[in-house]
Design a protein around this ligand. Structure first.
Ligand code: MSP
Length: 512
């Protein structure tokens, strides 16, 4: 039976241009989506933009634009960036779309009708930047405890959602499903938050108008987070395409650690109220920091993903983001760190294997990859390492551990590079030991094919080029893992087509 895999990114606020932090969660989700497609699963990968709320309205006003014109303009740089970054999303959802508005309104109405939403008055603090209500007791030095910015006092009539009703049930669920929130540090945070006793959340606003109107209450618009979380339902056809919805629900959410409470407390409570299954898992990534501060446009600390791609190429940046730090941890972003890793891992380890092997096939075998060897003797150890790495790679990717998977692939690259040194194909050639030479060259070419297949989720364009250089007419996408991520599938006398180096070394600026 085919498995279904539904993966999502956060939907990004369109108050400003996308930066490297946004690219991070999107590239991670893309790698998992691609891995599952290659594994033969039915995949749906959703990303999009969060277009309502005070923060976006404020950004529009600052430019003298009406909010709709502003969001229509701002969505373009996101879509363009994802295209440039080889993001293979199946849909792109915007919260200002009709298909989304109707679902938000229907859910609001339904939860109201069943008594999960009630009317009250909100009196307390609000952080526009985080789009979060804060009780006075949680403020830090009178500022937003999350971002440190000033908060504003608001008092307005508001509808509330009975989050508190689901507190116990959610605690039990998390206890019974330890992988529901990852990594552990975030699960513990959520558990202690739940245990401290949670309040019902205000889910409508009346003091500005940029949002989905509450269907039955004039003057109320839906709170931006209540609206935004529902994108995960709309995007997969909830209430609109039953077949698709049934096939793919529940999702895997990739988010940032800053928005864990919305995803692991409010969102599951909404799903309980709707009688829907909770997400399979919520993976909270850490932050990229610059000088220990979170990279964010409003802090004036940005890394422009387009500029990085201009300098190093998209695949190198994708690789770095997922290789440098484990998904849950923070990472300091430095240009030197990026260039060093690209040089060491891509130009050296990966590049060397490719750019030593193909020219040898050129020199000693007129560019023709020798035929598969039925019983490898010299390459037996290589075959064994490959089998082990493939098994670990799969286990890591299933567990959403991208860094672990990449580390495994690089283990195989190291073994293969050593294999060249120890077998010394140039001597085999000189001494006319043709069978052994064929076996060594074939073993290396086969390793390169397997490495390309495993790196395809991370560096899709590079993987395509490697297949091309090996002389394969197929693309990695035509070689599903079940049948092809197996040692010994490189057959036929391929005419290799060596090309330009895939990863040229990058010079560091003198002051780096
Ligand atoms: N719109 C909400 C999400 C709604 S999801 C139903 C939102 N948007 S955001 O644009 O402000 O940020 C979205 C995500 O971007 C963060 O959760 C995080 O995943 C990512 N990042 C933003 N800055 C980041 C870093 N400096 N480093 C890593 N990722 C960070 O929150």
């Amino acid at each position: 039976m085919k498995r279904s895999f539904y993966v999502t990114t956060p939907i990004y606020y369109v108050n400003d241009l996308p930066h490297i932090g946004h690219a991070y969660s999107t590239v991670a989700a893309d790698a998992f989506a691609r891995y599952h497609r290659l594994s033969g699963d039915d995949v749906f990968f959703l990303t999009g933009t969060d277009e309502h709320g005070q923060k976006v309205a404020k950004a529009a006003a600052a430019k003298g634009l009406d909010p709709q014109t502003h969001v229509d303009r701002m969505v373009a740089p996101f879509k363009e960036l994802w295209q440039r970054y080889s993001i293979s999303n199946d849909d792109f959802i915007r919260t200002t779309e009709d298909r989304h508005r109707v679902v938000v309104q229907e859910i609001f109405q339904r939860l109201f009708d069943q008594g999960d939403i009630y009317k009250g008055v909100y009196e307390g603090w609000y952080c526009i930047h985080e789009e979060t209500f804060w009780p006075e007791s949680q403020l830090k030095d009178k500022n937003c405890p999350e971002c440190g910015r000033p908060v504003e006092l608001i008092q307005e009539e508001s509808y509330y959602f009975k989050t508190s009703k689901y507190q116990e049930r959610l605690l039990k669920y998390i206890d019974a499903n330890p992988d529901f929130v990852r990594p552990d540090v975030r699960r513990n945070e959520v558990v202690s938050y739940l245990k401290s006793g949670i309040q019902d959340v205000a889910i409508s606003r009346t003091t500005f108008a940029w949002g989905v109107p509450v269907p039955f209450a004039e003057g109320h618009i839906v709170y931006v987070w209540f609206d935004a979380l529902i994108n995960y339902l709309t995007g997969i056809g909830y209430l609109q395409d039953d077949e698709r919805f049934k096939k793919f629900w529940p999702p895997v959410h990739i988010i940032g650690k800053d928005i864990i409470k919305f995803h692991a407390v409010i969102w599951p409570s909404m799903l309980f109220a709707l009688g829907l299954a909770l997400p399979k898992t919520i993976v909270a990534t850490g932050f990229w920091t610059l000088g220990d501060q979170k990279i964010s446009k409003s802090r004036g600390k940005v890394i422009d993903p387009n500029q990085l791609a201009d300098e190093l190429g998209v695949d190198a940046v994708r690789y770095f983001l997922l290789r440098e730090v484990p998904l849950g941890q923070d990472g300091e972003f430095t240009h030197t760190g990026l260039v060093r890793r690209v040089n060491a891992d891509l130009a050296n380890d990966f590049g060397n294997l490719l750019h030593r092997t193909l020219p040898m096939i050129g020199r000693y075998r007129e560019g023709v990859v020798p035929l598969a060897v039925p019983e490898p003797r010299k390459a037996a150890a290589l075959a064994e390492s490959a089998a082990e790495v493939i098994a670990n790679f799969k286990a890591d990717m299933e567990a959403l551990d991208a860094r672990g998977a990449l580390t495994e692939i690089w283990r195989l690259l190291a073994v293969a590079n050593k294999f060249i040194d120890s077998t010394q194909p140039w001597n085999l050639y000189k001494e006319g030991r043709n069978d052994e030479l064929d076996e060594v060259l074939w073993g290396l070419a086969e390793t390169i094919r397997l490495v390309a297949l495993m790196t395809a989720p991370f560096m899709p364009t590079t993987a395509d080029k490697i297949f091309e250089q090996l002389g394969l007419d197929a693309k990695p996408a035509d070689q599903p893992y079940e049948d092809y991520l197996v040692w010994g599938k490189l057959t036929g006398q391929l005419k290799s087509r060596p090309g330009a180096p895939l990863f040229p070394r990058v010079e560091l600026e003198p002051e780096e």
